[in-house]
Design a protein around this ligand. Sequence first.
Ligand code: PEP
Length: 233
Amino acid sequence: MKNLHIVGNWKMSLNKEDSIALANNIKSISKKEYLNIEVAPTSLYIDSIVKILKESDVNVISQNFDYKTLGSYTGGVCLDQLKEMGVTKTILGHSERRSKFNESDEQVNNKLETVLNSDLDVIFCFDSYEQIPFELIKNNLQDNDNLKLTLAYEPTWAIGTGETASIDHIEEIHTKVKNTLIDHSLENIPILYGGSVNPSNSKDILSSGNVDGVLVGGASTKIDQLLGIVNSI
Ligand code: PEP
């Protein structure tokens, strides 16, 4: 069995009480050897969720970051603060950041360069092949053998809509990306799929060629659905 990643993006969907209840429910998930499970709570509650999941098999990651170090950036979150909380990875470039917070490709790519040169790992979301800055990645990724960078294909039309991409479509995009990664000698970078993943479709998606895992929004905020996805493979 290949290594697989299941990443839950809680977005801004849960209040503190519900976030803590969910974390308490998932802390007893014991992962299979080939599974890496991560959840991304809102940054406001990261500290509390890290404490709950500290001894568990589930890692806590961030949904986003703004800058690398401390500074005068009102409302911002920096990588050094996340590291201080015990967080070792962040999502970047989620389509909701791009569309609802107006983060441009240029801003996202600048942040990608920042995080690739930091101590944190990153999941870079893209909704089309053209959005992946392969040259930037090649120039800033020191080591192709670790999990410093993960890519996540998330077609915008499939996010939160209940409309999942077909397996053929997912395989087509993932294979195209994988082939370009191979051309750049970056073939070890995992590629996740995200967009209305649920317990009914997760097995087929996770078994698809060149799919190394799933990035899950809505279904990851409900314990029975998250468990359903984890247990589907
Ligand atoms: C997401 O937020 O990354 C996502 C894929 O959401 P959903 O699973 O709800 O479509």
